[in-house]
Design a protein around this ligand. Structure first.
Ligand code: FAD
Length: 465
């Protein structure tokens, strides 16, 4: 089957691919997007959205069970209907993915259902679910095929006892005991979900800390709060192998000279994600990949082959949906000849634990090797609105250049940190000084006053501490 020529075919409809498609259509490009599974990709189907739906539900459950006495509210006995919780989660996913389908229709983007392969520069072959094949000529191709969980050979996923994040979003029963291998953000988020719902959760981490990309001081503060919530962490510990015996998993671990075996109902392996490029035909058309399989691109998201671009998780860097989206928009605007720039320094990231941890810009450990810095800290325990909410764990930390006062990084551990980081992101994007933020009005009473106070604290001018 031969088709009329597209201006752009995108392979993969995750947040990188579908957003690139919409921007391309806005710019007048005749656009198609090939997707072999579900519109919305990892993020909408098995990542950000379902995990946040479960984090929200489990947090409400935990609050009702333990948290309202001090508000003078008693709720009697609280029970869990996990099936219903999962139905709501699936419903949230469906609303979001239906939204993408609607936007494709509205923007006249063709959804080519099936697996995409670059048959030649300028031709994408789509193998439909029924096995039929179609060749689609196109002027440009954007590869947005995303990532998948890394599997450790000695802990092979069996989708029943040894799980990836995907299965951990749909367990039909609360496991009595769960071992999470990996203390990154997916491990601590999903560990939090099941811990709140009643599992005994042990996190094994190869390093000596959780959340390696986060500021060390803030990650340690969060770790202590998670420990108080009942999650156990074992650091400098390697999960060596896992064997299913009956309906339990025996996990062998090693820590220094010590070795041991821990039994659990489920083992969740969250040790990172790998790029997905299988079946794309990259080798045949000489698109370069690096040692880990990521596709290298230049600042215009061009691969080494003309008119073939790549964006999102498949090119590496921070594996975040909003990073993929910005790259998608930039790549397409670049195709249309616009000047483009993605400022990765101002890319925020959030860990949706309770409390949330959000950051933008440099960590203290990276900022101080670049030059002299000054730091302002403000605890939520001194913030009026946090007290009113009875949600006072955590703090805001503002790191500024000691000579210029320019904000280098902002870290927020506390209630609604995921939303509060937006102001910090603007401050970093617009190269604000700590004084700019400290002297800006912040409505009272709000959690955002903690950010103003931390910015004032950079020059020891905080008012409420
Ligand atoms: P993906 O979303 O992975 O999409 C790629 C798409 O390409 C997939 O739909 C796949 O089916 C399709 N595809 C692959 N190969 C082909 C082919 N040959 N033909 C056709 N289609 C193909 N990020 C955040 O920013 N915030 C969060 O809170 C967050 N939480 C997460 C929680 C979990 C549990 C997980 C797993 C991830 C989370 N992420 C989060 C990461 C986020 O999901 C990814 O960074 C994001 O989805 C990457 O987008 P992408 O478009 O590059 O790729």
């Amino acid at each position: 089957m031969s088709q009329s020529t597209y201006d752009l075919i995108i392979i993969g409809a995750g947040p990188g691919g579908y957003v690139a498609g919409i921007r391309a259509a806005q710019l007048g490009l005749k656009t198609a997007c090939v997707e072999r599974e579900f519109l919305g990709g990892t993020c909408l189907n098995i990542g950000c959205i379902p995990s946040k739906a479960l984090l929200d539900s489990s947090e409400r459950y935990q609050t009702l069970k333990h948290g309202l006495d001090r508000h003078g509210i008693s709720v009697g006995s609280v029970s869990l209907d996990l099936k219903k919780m999962l139905v709501r989660k699936n419903d949230v996913v469906k609303k979001n993915t239906d939204g993408v389908a609607y936007l494709f229709k509205k923007n006249k983007i063709d959804h080519l259902k099936g697996t995409g392969r670059i048959a030649a520069p300028g031709t994408v072959e789509v193998i439909a679910p029924d096995g039929s094949r179609g060749l689609h000529p196109t002027k440009n191709i954007v590869i947005a095929t995303g990532s998948a969980p890394i599997q450790i050979p000695s802990l092979p996923f069996d989708n029943k006892f040894i799980l990836s994040s995907t299965e951990a979003l749909s367990l039909s029963e609360v496991p009595k005991k769960m071992i999470v291998v990996g203390g990154g953000y997916i491990g601590v988020e999903l560990g939090s979900v099941w811990s709140r719902l009643g599992s005994q959760v042990i996190v094994l981490e190869f390093l000596d800390r959780i959340l390696p990309p986060s500021d060390g001081e803030m990650a340690l503060a969060l770790q202590k709060l998670l420990q108080k919530q009942g999650i156990e962490f074992r650091f400098n510990t390697v999960a060596e192998s896992a064997t299913v015996v009956g309906d339990k998993v025996q996990l062998k671990w090693k820590s220094g000279d010590q070795t041991g075996t821990e039994e659990a109902d489920k083992v969740l392996v969250c040790v990172g994600r790998r790029p997905v490029t299988d079946g794309l035909g990259l080798k045949e058309i000489n698109v370069t990949t690096d040692a880990k399989g990521f596709i290298p691109v230049n600042e215009r998201f061009q691969t080494n082959v003309p008119n073939i671009y790549a964006i999102g998780d498949v090119i590496g860097g921070a594996m975040l949906a909003h990073k993929a989206e910005e790259e998608g928009v930039a790549a397409v605007e670049g195709i249309q000849g616009h000047s483009i720039h993605v400022n990765y320094h101002a890319c925020p990231s959030v860990v949706y634990t309770q409390p949330q941890l959000a950051q933008v810009g440099l960590r203290e450990e990276d900022a101080k090797v670049k030059g002299p810095i000054k730091i302002g800290r403000f605890p939520f325990s001194a913030n009026g609105y946090a007290r009113a909410m009875d949600d006072t764990d955590g703090m805001v930390k503002v790191i500024a250049d000691a000579n210029t006062d320019r904000i280098l990084g902002i870290h927020i551990l506390g209630p609604h940190a995921a939303d509060l980081i937006a102001e910090a992101t603007l401050a970093v994007e617009f190269a604000a000084s700590a004084e700019d933020v400290g002297r800006s009005f912040h409505a009272h009473p709000t959690l955002s006053e903690a950010l103003k106070e931390a910015a004032l604290g950079v020059d020891k001018k905080s008012i409420h501490i």
